[in-house]
Design a protein around this ligand. Structure first.
Ligand code: GLU
Length: 424
């Protein structure tokens, strides 16, 4: 089934539909044979687990979790685990497929996977979260491992969550296995530079895009949606590099300053008050309007479906750098293209995180740790080369950047499968 831009609103915001639509488009352009399409279109493995957990008040609650491995053709499955109330199997499927394409775009030796648990982490205590994480790990134990499937942080999970997964896995194995997850605390085999890697990757590809517009960081106004792992880090690193971060958008509102926000002060304000709103050196704004303001670079770094067919036409940014996974729906793609917005697609723009996860996995397996300079230099090398590969491919084949990224990725994964052959 090939979806078109007239698909229903429900279809538009279903991430699996978006992923499938983009897959079909790239597969068609690559003239991928039907059999290979069937192999790559569906995840290789899907696991649903119902996790009973004792809450702090003694009640038992059952949480549903998933782990999906989309492909292991190029190496172990790789991808985060998210905790959120709206996690669904379709979402995890899409995110797993995007990990396959992302790892192939930056050419690191992994397949793609993703996990999620349906829960409201803000309403759970630290010890409840620990019990959920440990039981989830125990349930998916046989399916993960350094050579098999390597989880990492994603929405509402962090280094502490990874430490719990690593410990649970290691207790079952009866020895410490650091390489089973990435994004761990430094003391447990984490890598320097991992916490800021996704934000740094966004900055690196944005700098490459600026060259095409004759812009310098000092002349570039940036709007960032999301102020967490990705958006917060991107804001910090980019303001240090001289970019003017004019607006930050969060789930409860936005703040604007035409001369550029003091990001460190805003982070401090958020820590003190619990919100970015009411920041003394800025104007409070409506979060939906903020997305549509004049700027040079827009970085959606929060969640899926920020840019849809209803607001894409009103986006004024010249460069869209997708820090989140799936922030733009397939129906919005053609509107952005008509308006000549230069899109740095998610599977390239936010690949800095998984790239440094790869470095972490390599360091853990070697037991030899790199300094920050080496991590950042190697990250820059991979991000710049991948940006050039994608934009070069797009120019050569006269396709959009996103389509080029998918075509490059699909081609690499399909080639791996062809060379391995199908085991029967
Ligand atoms: N959750 C991140 C992503 O979506 C990182 C995944 C990883 O490091 O494995 O890319």
């Amino acid at each position: 089934m090939v979806l078109d831009a007239t698909a229903s609103a429900d279809q538009e915001i279903n991430p699996w539909e978006s992923a499938a639509h983009r897959f079909d488009e790239a597969a068609e352009l690559l003239k991928l044979d039907d059999g290979m399409r069937k192999v790559l279109r569906q995840p290789a493995m899907e696991l649903t687990v119902n996790i009973p957990v004792v809450l702090d008040d003694g009640r038992i609650e059952v949480f549903t979790g998933y782990r999906v491995q989309h492909s292991i053709a190029r190496g172990p499955a790789k991808g985060g685990v998210r905790f959120a109330p709206d996690v669904s199997l379709d979402e995890v499927r899409a995110l797993a497929a995007w990990m396959t394409w992302k790892c192939a775009v930056v050419n690191i030796p992994f397949g793609g996977g993703k996990g999620g648990v349906i829960c409201e982490p803000h309403l759970l205590s630290e010890s409840e979260l620990e019990r959920i994480t440990r039981r989830y790990t125990a349930e998916i134990y046989e399916f993960i491992g350094p050579e098999r499937d390597v989880p990492a942080p994603d929405v509402n999970t962090n280094a502490q969550t990874m430490a719990w997964i690593m410990d649970t896995y290691s207790m079952h194995k009866r020895h410490t296995v650091t390489a089973v997850v990435t994004g761990k605390p430094l003391e447990l085999g984490g890598s320097l530079g991992r916490p800021e890697a996704t934000g740094r990757g966004c900055m690196i590809v944005t700098m490459e895009a600026l060259k095409r517009f004759g812009l310098t960081p000092e002349t570039t106004r940036v709007i960032i949606q999301g102020f967490g792992n990705v958006g917060g880090m991107a804001a910090r690193l980019m303001s240090q590099r001289g970019f003017k971060i004019t607006c930050i958008i969060e789930y409860d509102g936005a703040v604007f300053n035409a001369h550029g926000l003091d990001i460190d002060a805003l982070l401090e304000h958020r820590t003190e008050t619990g919100s970015i709103r009411g920041f003394p050196e800025a104007e409070d704004m409506d979060k939906d309007e903020a997305l549509l303001m004049e700027c040079d670079v827009l970085i959606p770094a929060a969640h899926e479906n920020t840019i849809t067919s209803s607001n894409a036409g009103a986006i004024k940014a010249r460069i869209l750098c997708e820090g989140a996974n799936g922030p733009t729906t397939f129906a919005a793609d053609s509107i952005l293209a008509e308006n000549k917005v230069f899109v740095i697609p998610d599977i390239l723009a936010n690949a800095g995180g998984v790239t440094v996860s790869y470095f972490e996995w390599v360091q853990d397996r070697q037991g030899y740790f790199w300094n920050l300079g080496l991590v950042n230099d190697r990250l820059e090398e991979i991000m710049v080369a991948s940006f050039q590969a994608v934009t070069g491919y797009a120019e050569k084949h006269r396709v959009r950047n996103r389509t080029a990224a998918y075509m490059l990725a699909l081609d690499r994964v399909a080639n791996a499968i062809k060379q391995r052959g199908l085991y029967a």
